[in-house]
Design a protein around this ligand. Structure first.
Ligand code: GLA
Ligand code: ZN
Length: 693
């Protein structure tokens, strides 16, 4: 566990208050009161750290780090590349990003620098090295934090300047070797777009090439590589005088950057979580999305991660920004921990007085110091976490199920023309995952490159692209006893968006031959019956033929493809492969996956059916094997020794679970036998068996 404890704190920006020593001193006092043990410094501090080119002003930072150290508060130290000072953008305009439309940014905002620019690279490296020298070995500095939300400039993470174009061409040369290879991969003869010179290649642009999907895919891959290269440079710089681990704060399903590729640049994964709580009375949707994100971040390294930012009350960037209702702050914080986070951190410690984020929730508000509801709820988290530290140290969630979520597939499936333009990969994956969440069956979110060994069930919705080697991996997985679920519009193209020809790559395993794909209007929507109940088949309906031996579990009711398979099962080797031909709704997915869990022998930790809005997660000791192969984990319904079970109620009313067996409340040490009561918006943490006498 980093720093030896569950971290609690958040972004701290004392540079906005340097003229107010009484505020800075009050910060320390309030941090102690709120149970804060870690803060992140320096995220956007460039203009204060280097007020003039080459002139460093670090004394204020050292004073803060030392003062925090005196109070046993640890520090995550960020590099300030997330926002550029005006002297830099004025003297060196080339550091400013160029948009896809060819326009260069004016100075201002943040996350808008060119990742290729030698000047930007030189200036930030020099500053990072100086930070490393001065702070890299301080006792209470525990982690480097590279930049901020990399690539987070309103969806387009990249710069389209000439330097970046040139770097892109070089990257393509390395990847393809010859223009012939590239023209083939991108299907260049279509619309006569054959490249005859590397210099003709330009990034995708609204007023230029925006229809060549192979080019668009490679541009996104290149952008990830370029940002990764920039990070590696910053990492090397901060490591000049320091051996501390390194992280970068990732975002909620951020399409611009392939985190499954970026993961390897960092020692620890961290991310910023801002679910849209209280959009509706029913909190299941945001709870599912947050759980999915946490599971994705954990699965990147199969290690505990850090919740780097969250709001203690409300954000300021949605059209309307509900306050977290009483209880939600504790619940959402523990939710992160329950999925493998070793921290609860906020943006930010104290609300600034001016500019863009002055109304974004913070632990300390403009008025009333510690005397606010938000502060009290934060302090409650600060009080609860230390009691969990020992319990959770060296533990992690080790699901037996996985959901394929792959960035390159995401880019490809949403970029392609037809059969529908409104395909939403994240929404689709989340709808499948919701069935897992509701049943309390945990799942890792893994890319196509990940190992499938040790999982019992793998679900791959809307898995349009098959990366090299993927089909073979799935084949082996099913052959050796795995359950594999996939859907319509899967296994259609290879890594450069070229359609497979002849046969579906997993035709033998799935036992189906896809023929057509209908994208019907609402009036032409279809239906089907599954286990005696009728469900809708809508939006995208694949027409497939079963192969000999394939069991058809359900067929379409209507239209010219009435009677064609809607759900199929095929035994292959020791395992089974399922195919869902059309999009349906959550009630179908619930019914389908519940059958799946049963056949695959997967049960939640309590071994009971959970009421709607309640879910369960388990952290178990990491041990040596840290894999899912651990035999003890295959015990159904109950957990291996040392498991910590989180039971969470996301409903706005109390619930009572019955027939849950014998447990101990990990915090109160009270016996929990048969019945578990949960307050509204709350979490209880249990360990197996009755209390030890
Ligand atoms: C992001 C950023 C922070 C802040 C918050 C506000 O996570 O990293 O600097 O802007 O959003 O929600
Ligand atoms: Zn550039």
């Amino acid at each position: 566990m980093l720093g030896g404890r569950l971290l609690h704190g958040g972004d701290y920006n004392p540079e906005q208050w340097l003229e107010c020593p009484e505020v800075l001193e009050e910060d320390i006092r309030l941090m102690k009161e709120a149970g804060v043990n870690c803060v992140t410094l320096g995220v956007f501090s460039w203009s204060v750290l280097e007020p003039e080119e080459g002139v460093y002003n670090f004394d204020w930072l050292e004073e803060r780090i030392d003062r925090l150290g005196e109070e046993d508060i640890q520090v995550v130290l960020a590099t300030p590349s997330g926002a550029m000072p005006h002297w830099l953008t004025q003297k060196y305009p080339e550091v400013r990003q160029v948009f896809a439309d060819g326009k260069r940014n004016l100075p201002g905002k943040r996350h808008n620098f060119c990742y290729t620019s030698p000047v930007m690279r030189e200036k930030i490296t020099a500053l990072d090295r100086a930070l490393s020298e001065r702070f890299g070995r301080k006792e209470n500095v525990i982690l480097w934090h590279i930049s901020n939300e990399l690539g987070g400039n309103f969806g387009d993470s990249t710069c389209h300047c000439e330097l970046c174009q040139e770097a892109f061409r070089e990257w393509l040369k390395k990847k393809y070797g010859t223009l012939d290879n590239l023209n083939h991969a991108w299907w260049g003869r279509f619309w006569s777009h054959v490249y005859t010179d590397w210099s003709q290649i330009h990034s995708p642009a609204p007023h230029g090439e925006c229809g060549m999907t192979g080019l668009a895919l490679d541009w996104k891959r290149f952008s990830t590589e370029q940002i990764s290269d920039f990070c590696t440079m910053e990492i090397e710089a901060v490591r000049t005088y320091s051996e501390l681990p390194v992280t970068a704060n990732f975002m909620d399903f951020f399409k611009g950057l392939d985190y499954q590729r970026m993961e390897r640049d960092f020692d620890i994964i961290s991310w910023d979580s801002y679910p849209f709580w209280h959009e509706k009375q029913d909190e299941v949707k945001p709870a599912v999305r947050a759980a999915a994100n946490h599971s994705l971040m954990r699965a990147l390294k199969k290690q505990p991660f850090l919740l780097m930012e969250s709001t203690p009350s409300q954000v300021s960037w949605r059209d309307y920004n509900p306050l977290k209702r009483p209880g939600m702050h504790m619940l959402s914080s523990i939710q992160a921990v329950s999925h493998g986070s070793d921290s609860v951190q906020y943006f930010q410690w104290r609300k600034g007085r001016g500019s863009f984020e002055k109304f974004h929730g913070a632990v300390v508000d403009h008025l009333n110091g510690a005397n606010t509801r938000t502060f009290h709820e934060v302090a409650e988290v600060g009080e609860r976490l230390p009691g969990l530290t020992e319990l959770l140290d060296k533990t992690i969630n080790r699901p037996k199920a996985a959901v394929i979520f792959d960035w390159e597939n995401w880019w490809a499936v949403e970029d392609t023309q037809g059969p529908r333009l409104d395909l939403d990969y994240v929404e689709c994956v989340l709808s499948h995952y919701q069935a897992f969440w509701e049943a309390g069956i945990e799942a890792d979110f893994i890319g196509m490159d990940a190992d499938l060994d040790g999982y019992k069930l793998v679900s791959a919705p809307l898995n349009y692209m098959y990366k090299e080697g993927y089909a073979e991996k799935v084949r082996r997985f099913v052959e050796s006893g795995g359950f594999y679920v996939t859907t319509y519009f899967s296994g259609v193209v290879d890594e450069t968006d070229l359609c497979f020809t002849g046969h579906h790559p997993l035709e033998d395993v799935l036992g189906i031959m896809p023929e057509e794909i209908d994208a019907p209007s609402e009036e032409f929507a279809n239906s089907f019956s599954y286990q005696g109940k009728e469900y809708p088949a809508m939006r995208i309906c694949a027409v497939v033929h079963p192969k000999e031996g394939t069991e058809v579990l359900s067929v379409y009711d209507k239209d010219f493809y009435a009677g064609a398979p809607m759900v199929t099962r095929n035994g292959y080797g020791g395992g089974q492969a399922f195919f869902i031909a059309a999009e349906s709704d959550i009630s179908f997915l619930r019914a389908f996956y519940n059958d799946m869990f049963q056949s695959a022998g997967l049960k939640n930790a309590l071994g009971i059916e959970l009421p709607y809005g309640v879910t369960v997660t388990v952290r178990t000791p990491q041990g040596d094997c840290a894999g899912q192969n651990d035999k003890s984990l295959q015990m159904s319904g109950h957990c291996p020794a040392g498991s910590i079970v989180f039971v969470m109620n996301f409903r706005h009313e109390p619930v009572e679970l019955t027939r849950i067996g014998e447990w101990t409340d990990a915090e109160t040490k009270e016996k929990v036998s048969g019945i578990l009561k949960l307050e509204k918006l709350s979490c209880r943490i249990l360990t197996a068996g009755l209390p030890q006498r």
